[in-house]
Ligand binder design. Sequence first.
Ligand SMILES: Nc1nc2c(ncn2[C@@H]2O[C@H](COP(=O)(O)OP(=O)(O)O)[C@@H](O)[C@H]2O)c(=O)[nH]1
Ligand SMILES: [Mg+2]
Length: 320
Amino acid sequence: MSFFKKFIDRFSSRTDQQAYSEGLNRENSSFINKLILMFEEESEIDNDWIERMMVILIEADVSVKTARKLMKNFQKLLEVNNITEKLYAKDFFLQVLNDFYGEDVELIEIEEGRPNVILMVGVNGSGKTTSSAKLAFMYQQQGYKVALVAADTFRAAAVSQLQLWSQRLEIPCYHGQLNDDPSSVLAEASKQAIIDGIDVLICDTAGRLQTKVNLMNELAKMKRVLSKFIDGAPDTTYLVLDATLGQNSLKQAQEFNKATEVDGIILTKMDGTAKGGIIFSIIEEMNLKVAYIGLGEQIDDLRVFQRDLYFNSLLKENVS
Ligand SMILES: Nc1nc2c(ncn2[C@@H]2O[C@H](COP(=O)(O)OP(=O)(O)O)[C@@H](O)[C@H]2O)c(=O)[nH]1
Ligand SMILES: [Mg+2]
């Protein structure tokens, strides 16, 4: 058994709950710890406390508008339920977060008999290539035949990075030459995926910062080409965002969201931030939900976003 296989076996037994607990930042300064401490104070809720809660939320990248809304909903719920003590308020706060977030995003169902195409978009460094490999691993674990496409043709390293992952996972990696038109790489890959009987085709793209019109045209062309060879493709488009960039990642997200139809967010590097409130702003500002979160650099550190697990991890001291 190869080193990598052994390594995968070791990690793949981790539950989502464990991955969340290990991955989310729990240092003293973290959003999570501050929130937990707020509910441990043995006194009644007053305006000062509500304001401190607001500050914690805003510091954690929740936008001012969203933080206000959350706290307003929270106060209403406390009033209705006659709760005045901080010690008893935690579960109600959890309920407010859950209600505000709403249902989790629906993941695509893999259709048999054709390549189901996932398109990854987002700026350079956000974690597209790594998340493509992690998604490939996830689908492979479910028994699907998976292939990767290196449609980032602007950096030589981008292809080799994806090839390395595909070798480790022992799956095909379709690629072109440096500076090829990404759409032509996608066209060739689509044809090959059909020949190879691929179930899930994950397309890693470049994240060049460009003008809105160029970005829009490039993404539209990629989608057009995919749908030309595979009916209904891309089945889903994920926008990959780096959680450590906070409100800046929100600005990038808005650019992509305007440029093309995005179905969900992959929020990476949640292990590297003491924050996490960006999730609420993404919903409020863009009406998009988080499909997956990245909780580290290992192959199984991408997990389906589950609001219950996430919010519980925010407010419960020891979830592991
Ligand atoms: N800690 C951590 N690092 C990540 C995560 N996702 C990606 N990275 C790292 O972020 C860097 C950029 O990732 P990459 O996939 O190359 O980004 P791309 O330019 O969008 O393709 C790499 O060093 C990755 O290992 C994550 O969830 N957690
Ligand atoms: Mg990349």
